[in-house]
Design a protein around this ligand. Structure first.
Ligand code: NAD
Length: 496
């Protein structure tokens, strides 16, 4: 029988009240391994009340003590690294290397949260007026909520709650119902690390659960990561209900290849960017723009590399990797990606590498689409503009750098853009004029490390303060400016 996931409220697993459930697959095998409940509004309210009650004492706990919990949490994540990575592989389908990256990048966020005492330091100016000193302090907001996508079961939740909690907030995580198991394990580890009950809670569910959180009067802030359509809804509804919101959305990331680029290096980076995590990354490189005579050699080289990729099940009981690419998340994703391959063919793009017939390393009922490359893609085609979120790479051909930058800037999104070149001038012009927040120069996936903001622009981000880095600490705190007048007992000061 499938396991029904518990919620995690007040430091304990709580069986969920729900009328509907989402199947959790092992996408490598096509088996349902659990059911995630669609928690109702009453359950949401229960979690919010628990988090609200836990807030005053946690906010009053010195920042060094809060950070100490994060140090212990980081230690436990290291101890359980393999177990967590295997869990990610099982419920998501990532290769071991990709799952290790998911957990590793997440731990780096916990390490950042350990810096809370320094990051929360305020500012002072003594004697702003005669006898008066001014200072700014950073205070937690209250109950914060995180709503996360399926594609990084460990890292994306860890983008949010470690910093929120280290800042003195309490937190409710609503993970993707497609990958609820890894977040639940992390909740247990946080309790083991000594986090007081009620500071961190997990409530499973879908859109109704999210709407109950978005409109709840006792929720102060919402962090969201997911598709653009939902990100907009979250931003608008959360803001209309008086909440602070950061909402990261989808993407379509362009990779420019100049004629002078190191072809082997560019090929390896583009293959990794397009097909890593089976193309299910918001920083996936989904369009390669070949400039001038780069076109033919690039497509030839990409096609040869894509054909060598071994595709198959990734969960093999912890034995070393035997595949380069795993499945997509569920049968709907597989059908959507295959549907886009039909769209590309109907639109007249040339299918250079067809992933639909990819041979698997072993037979499996899992959800597979092999690496797919379209050549001669035109800007008006849907495969050039829609986020496919699967292993499909579009190649466009243009005459010069400026045309290539224009192509990238036609995208409504603004997460990442990359250039491969040996020419510093071309790289500089590109970096200055491309309208995106995260730029790579000879780097295929320019995803910033924890200390930098995850700086999406345009339709890839709604809000003011991004996830990660100093902006993350600013998002989860508000300023208090304090002016104090203490007169010298020996002197009489008149007026202001
Ligand atoms: P999704 O938008 O379908 O779901 C994200 C979350 O929103 C889930 O928790 C889901 O349960 C909830 N949700 C879904 N529909 C909803 C609705 N109508 N109302 C309220 N809540 C709803 O995204 P996904 O398929 O899980 O993840 C893939 C998407 O996430 C891609 O678009 C990808 O680019 C994006 N993503 C963005 C970033 C970033 O930093 N910009 C990072 C990772 C993933």
């Amino acid at each position: 029988m499938d396991t029904i996931c518990n919620n995690y409220i007040g430091g304990d697993p709580v069986s969920a009240k729900a009328a509907q459930f989402t199947p959790v697959y092992n996408p490598s095998r096509g088996e349902v391994i659990a059911q995630a409940p669609d928690s109702d509004a009453r359950t949401v309210d229960q979690a919010v009340q628990v988090a609200k009650q836990a807030f005053p004492a946690w906010a009053d706990t010195p920042a060094v003590e809060r950070a100490r919990v994060m140090f212990r949490f980081a230690h436990l994540l290291e101890e359980r690294f393999d177990e967590l990575a295997r869990m990610v592989t099982r419920e998501h389908g990532k290769t071991h290397e990709e799952a290790n990256g998911d957990v590793r990048r997440g731990i780096e966020m916990v390490e950042l949260a350990c810096h809370a005492p320094t990051m929360l330091m305020g500012q002072t100016l003594d004697n702003v007026a005669r006898g008066i000193d001014g200072r700014v302090e950073r205070h937690p907001l209250g109950v914060c909520v995180g709503i996360t996508p399926f594609n990084f079961p460990a890292m994306v939740p860890l983008w949010m709650f470690p910093i929120a909690i280290a800042c003195g907030n309490t937190f409710i995580l609503k993970p993707s119902p497609k990958v609820p198991l890894t977040p639940m394990r992390m909740a247990e580890l946080l309790t083991e690390a000594g986090l007081p009950k009620g500071v961190f809670n997990v409530v499973h569910g879908g859109s109704e659960t999210v709407d109950a959180l978005l409109t709840h009067p006792d929720v102060a802030a919402i962090s969201f990561v997911g598709s653009t359509k939902v990100a907009k809804h979250i931003y608008e509804t959360g803001a209309a209900h008086g909440k602070r919101v950061q909402a990261a959305g989808g993407a379509k990331n362009y990779m420019l290849v100049m004629p002078d680029a190191d072809l082997d290096a560019a090929t390896s980076q583009i293959i990794g960017a397009a097909f890593g995590c089976s193309g299910q990354r918001c920083m996936a490189g989904s369009v390669a723009v070949a400039v001038g005579k780069a076109g033919d050699p690039l497509v030839e080289s990409l096609d040869a590399a894509a054909r060598k990729m071994r595709v198959g099940p990734t969960d093999n009981g912890g034995a070393p990797n035997t595949v380069d690419m795993g499945p997509v998340i569920d049968p709907m994703a597989r059908d959507r990606v295959r549907g886009y391959i039909d769209v590309g063919l109907n639109e007249g793009a040339k299918l250079a590498t067809d992933g639909r017939g990819a041979l698997l390393t072993e037979s499996s009922e899992g959800f597979f689409v092999g690496p797919t490359i379209f050549d001669h893609v035109a800007p008006q085609m849907r495969i050039a503009s829609d986020e496919i979120f699967g292993p499909v790479l579009s190649v466009m051909r243009v005459d010069d750098l400026h045309e290539a930058i224009d192509r990238a800037n036609q995208s409504p999104y603004g997460n990442g853009a990359v250039i491969f070149t040996r020419d510093g001038g071309a790289a500089r012009t590109f970096a200055r004029h491309v309208n995106c927040g995260m730029i790579g120069v000879n780097v295929g996936v320019p995803a910033p490390m924890a200390v930098f903001p995850f700086a999406g622009w345009n339709q890839s981000f709604f809000g003011d303060l991004h996830i990660q880095g100093a902006e993350g600490f600013h998002f989860y705190t508000h300023n208090k400016v304090i002016l104090s007048r203490w007169n010298d007992p020996g002197k009489r000061v008149l007026g202001w």
